[in-house]
Ligand binder design. Sequence first.
Ligand code: UT7
Length: 339
Amino acid sequence: MVELPLRPCGVLIRGCGSATPSRSISNEDLGQRVETSDEWIRSRTGIGARRVVGTNESLIDLSAAASSAALEMAGWPAESLDLILLATSTPDDLFGSAPRLQSRLGASHAAAFDLTAACSGFLFALITAAQYLRSGAMRRILVVGADQLSRWVDWNDRRSCVLFGDAAGAVVLESRDDGQDDLLGFLMRCDGSRGEVLQLPQIKTHAPLVGEATHQCGGFEPIRMNGQEVYKFAVREVPAILEALLDTTNCQAEQLDWLLLHQANQRILDAVAERFSIPKTKVLSNLANYGNTSAATIPLMLDEAVRDGRVQPGHQLASSGFGAGLSWGAALLRWSGPA
Ligand code: UT7
């Protein structure tokens, strides 16, 4: 039985980590598969290459490597974790991949479950984790965003296959009762009525069961995307939710150190930055190297910028995730880093 504190606790981000597959596929490489060019892909998306999981790697391998790096940065043993939240739309096991990650890390005291919200998954998982920490019910949580969309991309569809890649990113969060807080505000949204513009749908085949009865077969079709509609959704909703976030947190755009958006398309990042007059030097982007890695983009980008020294303790970051669902969200974060 956990005794809950009377006042809500704060949430500190104590470490981060990331991992990407070793195999990089350049735009030129993709040109051998579909009719496209480096010039088209770079000018429309900002993407130059993407990583793809090979035969000897898995989503769990990437998640475990990212998680271990985050735990190491925080200086925490895996046994000290109370919960592992794995944001993914591409689990190795439909019953959930988080328990495999728990076992791989040796996080023997942690509960573990998957959370699915496509490209908004990491931000939604971070916000979900924060509720357990705010209540004081838990002290330490690992949040992972990991996806292996290369399994589900139609590699013959040039309109979508050039966008996606595989990766994992992780953060470790701590509950604090001394007034410190790194989650300064958040908003979450969903509009399922527009979900058909980006889907990874169940296959629609049936097989005989007994007598007249049939059963539906398991399995999924490749990703189906109406790129233009997703683009319009992103450039309309992301600025709107960020504006609402800044309003509710009484934060001015000039006070932000970094814009940490889901890495979907450089044109989307540029449009959002322009809307708030945020200089390009404050817009974090690694699209050129990794493309859109779905739930992994935000922690992958954060980890890169923390490790190369751009993001410093005390910096404020406005983050937004958006994608299939349709779902989108935003959070105003502070980076504390290790104690
Ligand atoms: O996490 C969210 C995931 N999804 C997204 O972020 C998608 C958001 N949307 C986008 O990023 C953009 O809509 C795309 C990059 C997908 C497409 O860019 P666009 O400027 O909207 O291009 P379009 O779909 O309007 O296509 C323009 C032309 C078409 O040719 P026609 O019909 O005008 O002759 C396409 O067939 O470009 C053609 N095209 C390509 N050409 C070379 C589409 N894909 C390619 C390609 N290489 N890979």
